[in-house]
Ligand binder design. Structure first.
Ligand code: ATP
Length: 199
């Protein structure tokens, strides 16, 4: 599985639709300071579900929408689509290509799509668990990340290894099962209370 294509529209310094095709092997993006190189990696993290404005180098989440220039009007929305080659079927979804798309409006609404079907951020997160590709996955190594991993506390460092070994999914499922169990216990307690009242 590899990153095949990125389509950006209205995101940060990319007002018009921009398509970046990544072939197999190494692709380097070069350009002068301030030309938008880091905005491309921000777009990758944003489409994969990044919810922290600070991590995207902004103050508010809507700062990712193109603010306009002297000659171009600001945009009211932005969208980014990332296409992964899945011909090795690493993601067991039955598609040889997987496109994840996120769209956000200035009003604060945000939508996610998986192969053009509307979905929840939770669905995207679950699909990408243990692939290393999620917004916190080790496939995105930003400035300072290597230092962070080396000097991080052991609990956080272990998360990187868990993701690489395929344990994150089970940890996530365990937490979800524990949440459901707690919820069911609370419901049972409520039923007991009602039962006592009726008796
Ligand atoms: P460097 O090599 O210095 O790290 P870079 O190529 O990585 O630079 P970026 O940080 O990706 O550059 O891009 C910065 C540019 O993006 C700035 O010119 C900034 O004005 C522009 N920019 C950021 N957010 C927006 C936005 N919402 N609308 C329009 N332009 C934006």
């Amino acid at each position: 599985m590899y990153l095949k294509r990125l389509e950006i529209k209205g995101f940060k310094s990319f007002p018009t639709k921009t398509e970046i095709v990544f072939n197999e092997g190494i692709t380097a993006i070069v350009g002068p300071n301030g030309s938008g190189k880091s905005n491309i990696s921000d777009a990758v993290r944003w489409v994969l579900g990044e919810q922290s404005a600070k991590s995207l180098r902004g103050d508010k989440l809507e700062d990712v929408i193109f603010v306009g220039t002297e000659t171009k009007r600001p945009m009211n929305y932005c969208e980014v689509a990332i296409t992964l080659d899945n011909s090795d079927n690493k993601l067991d979804l039955g598609f040889s290509e997987i496109t994840i798309k996120r769209r956000a409006y200035r009003t604060g609404e945000s939508e996610f799509f998986l192969n053009n079907k509307s979905c929840r951020l939770k669905d995207i997160k679950e699909i990408l668990l243990d692939t290393g590709i999620g917004k916190d996955g080790y496939s995105i190594v930003e400035q300072g990340k290597v230092d962070e991993i080396l000097s991080n506390n052991p609990v956080n460092r272990r998360k990187v290894f868990d993701e690489a070994c395929g344990i994150s999914k089970f940890r996530y499922k365990k937490q979800e099962a524990e949440r459901n169990l707690k919820h069911t216990k609370e419901n049972l307690e409520r039923i007991d209370d009602i039962y006592i009242e009726i008796e």
